[in-house]
Design a protein around this ligand. Sequence first.
Ligand code: SF4
Length: 67
Amino acid sequence: MAITRVWLDESEDECISCGLCSEVAPEVFEVPDKMIVIEGVDFSQYEEEIKEAVESCPTSVIKFETD
Ligand code: SF4
């Protein structure tokens, strides 16, 4: 069950640019304005950090998919 995709989903709520995700997982997330997922990241190397960021996000807009 490796993480294969991570994305910003604002269909129900919005990223408020708090920066928490990039503090928890700076290898995966950047918040220049709204959050972006850094291109080319091997998500399987940062599974714990990604899950922690998902749980920490105050507006629950970080989504991920596993294989
Ligand atoms: S933790 Fe959530 S709300 Fe905060 S910057 Fe990251 S995606 Fe946006």
